[in-house]
Every structure is written in C-alpha cells, then in structure tokens.
Write a new protein. Structure first.
Length: 401
C-alpha cells in the first residue's frame, strides 16, 4: 500500500512538536528567531506545516526543499574540485544567521549511492567540516539548536518488510503523535530520562565493561564527563549517552543491526579496539565502505557510547534509519557506539570556554565522521567506580539503577 499518507492532523502535530518543543532544548522557538528547515521534496506536506507553525510562533522560516534523486548524478559527474567545493563566505553567513535547524529525513532509495566510490562521498562530506564546526561552536554557546525527524517513504517501508501505513505508524507511536498533546508526553519521557541521568552522573564512574555474546569491551569514561539525553536533538530520542575518553577503549564488539549510511548498507560489523583505536574492522556486507570510512581523520576512534532503556522506547521494529534504530526498544533495548566526533555537551562544565587543545587533552574525539552502529542483543554493562567498586548499571535491556 503506497498511496497511504499521514493525515493533516498528524502532520500538524508533528510540526508543532518539532518547532515548539524539540528546538531550543525543549522550550520551542522564540519570536524573531531564524529557523532553517531542510526537507526532501517528497515530504512537502511537512515542509508546509513547519513553515506555518514557525510563522505562528512569530519566527522566520527558511525552507529548503531538497530534490530527491539528484545525488547519484552529482557524485557520478563531479570532479574532485567540485566534490570538495566549500563556499566559505556563503556558509559562514548562514551559520551566523541561523538560530535553529530542522532536518527531515525521507529516503526514496536506500541503495542510491551503492555503486559510487566511497571516497567520493566521504571527500565531499569532509570538505564541509568547517561549517559543521561553526554550528557546533554556536551550539556550545547556547545560541543554536537543531533537531532531526523522519518522514515515511514506500522505499524504506519495503526495505524493512512493512507496509507504508505500518512504517508510518511506527513514527506516529515513537513521536506520540497519537496523543492529544505529544509535547506533554515528551515532557514525561524527558523527566524519566533526567532521573536516570541524575543517578548515572552521581556514580563517579571510571570505566564501563560491556559483556555479552556480541561484546567484550572496556570503555574509559574520562574526566569531566556527564551522561546526556532528552535535549530535543532528534525526535524521537530515548537514548542516554556520553562521549568517553577515546584513548581508554579496549576489546571487541559485534553489531547485529544493519547500518544504512550514505546510500550504502553495511551488515554484521565487527570492531576490535586497542588503546582507543580500531585495529580490526570487518563488515560481511559493505566492507569496502567501512574501510574507507575508517580512513577519515579520527574515524577509527570512539566518539559516543549510548544505551536505550526498553521501558522508554516506543519503537518496536527495525526502520533502516539510524535516527530510529539507535532508539529502538525491543526485548533488550539497544547499545550503540559512534565512531568519530564526540559530543561536547557531554563535558561537565562550560564547554564554550575550552580551546581545541583543551578538548584534545580531555580526549574528546574530533572528526568529520560520526556514525552510530547498533546492537540489540542482550548484554550487561558494569560500571567500575573511581573507588574501585563495581556496579551493574544496565541488564536485560534496561537500567538497573
């Protein structure tokens, strides 16, 4: 069934949630602020709803409709200079202007770039890192927020064996769009997340041991770290995460969930770490792309460690989209790590006051890459506290605090 569409009422709720809750860290946009919305053309109904919702909030919408189906031609025809073109003045002005951004994901062909040499895709992405850094610096100063959201497409529904209606229902359930007041429900979820975060951040954790049939991994938390979650970045977001000291990662982990990345599919990824670096990596499918990705500066180091409690998540089916799959519930919740860039909001203190050298000394990883890889098999996470004692913090898909 490909002619199914989200109802106008649901789309209106969706836009309301993204504009008046997700942005500004749960507080919504303010009058006079500039909100950029990046929306694929197939999600035009949501683009219109976002524009209207932003206008009603007395803010300024900048709507960019992305034409679908252009990427393969671009990567096929572009030479190296075109791939890495960086319009510095334009992008710097844009970064200075924006207060918020909403990015909508609507993939019409999960395999569109599978025949494109991985280096082309990654070179183009890497060239835009300065723009990403400008926005991160602005975010750390409390002057910019963002959120991402998913629009259902027939291709993604088919990819995971669901009808378009069933795939859409996963989005509706996960975002609480079936509730009279989705924002009120999200505030309840955030409150539960905050209670978990408070307990985690009071433990004085030195390191974590992740043990299961698919993992035997040790991760050093690092100094001046906090756990984070529930900030409005990503709708939905049920995860609790931190950015550890990359140098203290040792052991191995296998991921049972496929990874959809830059139009490529990677399956059964295995990573082995020694003193913080990936020393062995393999994917049964998509291995060529994985190896090329790891060549990106600092992409062979961990930037994030995350856990999702299955009591919070309303996502019950694999969605072939990281935004949802990294938040999936199911019988054992999920664990995921990100290779590449660390999140500076996991620093315990005023991140805006730290220099690049400070971040390096704290072992917060810096990279153009940030790729989340997910496993949903059962595992136990044990915290080794700074006083030498041990405490199980996660087991059977939920926190045990």
């Amino acid at each position: 069934m490909t002619d199914y569409q989200l109802s106008p009422a649901i789309i209106k709720k969706y836009a309301h949630l993204l504009v008046n809750y997700a942005l500004n860290s749960g507080k919504g946009v303010k009058p006079g602020e500039v909100v950029r919305c990046i929306v694929p053309d197939v999600a035009k109904p949501l683009a219109l709803a976002l524009q209207n919702t932003i206008l009603k909030a007395k803010a300024h919408p900048l709507i960019r409709l992305i034409p679908t189906g252009f990427d393969k031609s671009f990567y096929t025809l572009a030479n190296q200079d075109q791939l890495t073109f960086f319009p510095k003045k334009y992008l710097k002005a844009q970064a200075d202007l924006l207060d918020h951004q909403i990015a909508v994901i609507a993939d019409t062909d999960p395999r569109e770039l599978s025949q494109v040499p991985p280096k082309k895709i990654l070179d183009s992405r890497n060239s835009k890192k300065p723009y990403k850094d400008w926005l991160i610096d602005k975010e750390n100063k409390g002057k910019y927020t963002w959120t991402a959201a998913l629009w259902p497409t027939p291709a993604k529904a088919k990819e995971v064996g669901l009808t378009l209606k069933q795939y859409s229902q996963q989005i509706i359930n996960a975002c609480f769009l079936d509730k009279k007041d989705p924002i009120a429900k999200w505030k309840q979820i955030t409150k539960l997340q905050q209670s978990i975060l408070k307990k985690l951040n009071s433990l004085n954790i030195n390191s974590l041991h992740i043990k299961g049939k698919d993992a035997n991994l040790n991760i050093k938390l690092g100094s001046s770290r906090i756990w984070n979650g529930g900030s409005g970045r990503n709708i939905p977001s049920f995860e609790v995460f931190t950015s550890p000291d990359w140098q203290g990662t040792n052991g191995w982990i296998r991921f049972n969930q496929p990874l959809y990345r830059y139009g490529n599919i990677l399956k059964n990824i295995y990573l082995q770490f020694n003193q913080g670096k990936v020393i062995k990596a393999k994917a049964e499918q998509g291995n060529k792309f994985l190896q090329q990705m790891l060549k990106t500066t600092n992409a062979d180091k961990i930037g994030e460690f995350s856990l999702t409690d299955n009591r919070l998540s309303k996502i019950t089916h694999f969605m072939a989209e990281t935004l949802y799959d990294e938040n999936i519930g199911g019988p054992y919740g999920n664990i995921h790590i990100a290779l590449g860039m660390a999140y500076k909001d996991c620093y315990k203190g005023d991140s805006s006051k730290l220099s690049k050298t400070d971040w390096q000394k704290l072992s917060f990883n810096d990279s153009a890459e940030h790729t989340d890889i997910i496993s949903t098999t059962n595992r136990t996470v044990t915290a080794v506290l700074k006083n030498g004692s041990k405490k199980t913090i996660y087991k059977n898909g939920r926190f045990t605090l």
